[in-house]
Every structure is written in structure tokens, then in C-alpha cells.
Write a protein that binds this ligand. Structure first.
Ligand code: HEM
Length: 127
């Protein structure tokens, strides 16, 4: 059976892939590139993000540390929701170029916060 460490490796690898793909799509969006419409660039992020979440849920269950019980996991779930919404505004729904750019930068900052929470296991990473 797959070990906890292996699931954690999958989780961290998916996190790295997720931000790399988001950065790539963000740069293409800022350059108004037609490459953004490529099929693999639309499908791969969904596959990666599904694996990221599935591995997160597996570790939550196996370690019996739950969101809305452990504050650092609550912070990760809420920040993940913010990252998804900001990502949608940046890549799809933002009406103007400046709204998209601001949402893109905010999504990157939220992602950095999620990684900081993961490493420190504290919601208030700057305290
Ligand atoms: C964009 C979203 C996410 C990113 C970038 C991310 C990143 C990371 C990273 C880098 C680690 C390894 C930390 C370390 O040991 O140094 C980690 C571990 C972990 N993450 Fe995530 N994560 C994300 C979403 C989530 C979500 C939504 C949950 C749960 C609801 C979650 C639950 C966990 C758990 C349980 C661990 C393992 C802690 C341990 O046993 O050492 N993650 N995450």
C-alpha cells in the first residue's frame, strides 16, 4: 500500500506543478497569447489540482488532523478557495487587463501564504 510519505511527495509535486502551470498561463494571458487556448493547457491544471486536493484529503484522513479543528488546515482550505477564485478572475473572468493583473499577483501571494502555512503549520505565519 502507498505510504504517507509517498502521498506527501505527490502533494508537494502537484503543488509545484500547479503554481508552474498557473505562472505559465498567467504570462500567456498577459501577452494575449493564443497558446492559452491550447487543449493541454486547459486540461492539465484540472488534473494536477484534483490530485493536489485528493492527496491533501488522503493525508487529512490518515493523520486525523482536520480542517475546522486544526487552524493551519482551516487556513489552507480557505486560502485554497481564495487562490481558485483569484485564479479564475486572472485567467477568465477579469473584465479589464488591470483587474486580471491584480488578481494574478494576489493569487501568487495567496499561494506563497499556503506554502508558508504548510511549512510552519501555523495560520498566522508572520507572528
Ligand atoms: C494550493 C494548495 C496547497 C499547497 C501549495 C500545499 C502545499 C503543501 C506543502 C509544500 C506541504 C509540505 C510541508 C512540509 O512538510 O514541509 C504540504 C503538506 C500538507 N498539506 Fe498541503 N498544500 C495545499 C493544499 C492543501 C489542502 C487544501 C489541505 C487540506 C485540507 C492540505 C493538507 C496538507 C497536509 C495534511 C500536509 C501534510 C503535513 C505533514 O504531515 O507533514 N494541503 N502542503
Amino acid at each position: 500500500m502507498i505510504s504517507y510519505i509517498a502521498v506527501k511527495h505527490i502533494h508537494v509535486t502537484c503543488a509545484a506543478l500547479s503554481i508552474s502551470l498557473f505562472l505559465l498561463r498567467g504570462v500567456l494571458m498577459l501577452r494575449h497569447s493564443a497558446m492559452l487556448q491550447q487543449r493541454w493547457l486547459k486540461i492539465t491544471p484540472h488534473v494536477v489540482d484534483t490530485l493536489l486536493l485528493a492527496s491533501a484529503l488522503t493525508m487529512v484522513a490518515w493523520s486525523a488532523q482536520y480542517p475546522f479543528v486544526q487552524s493551519w488546515l482551516t487556513a489552507k482550505v480557505l486560502a485554497l478557495l481564495a487562490y481558485i477564485v483569484l485564479g479564475m478572475i486572472a485567467l477568465k473572468r477579469g473584465k479589464t487587463a488591470s483587474i486580471r493583473l491584480m488578481a494574478f499577483i494576489a493569487a501568487l501571494l495567496v499561494f506563497a501564504y499556503i506554502v508558508a502555512v504548510a511549512i510552519t503549520r501555523q495560520a498566522l505565519v508572520f507572528s
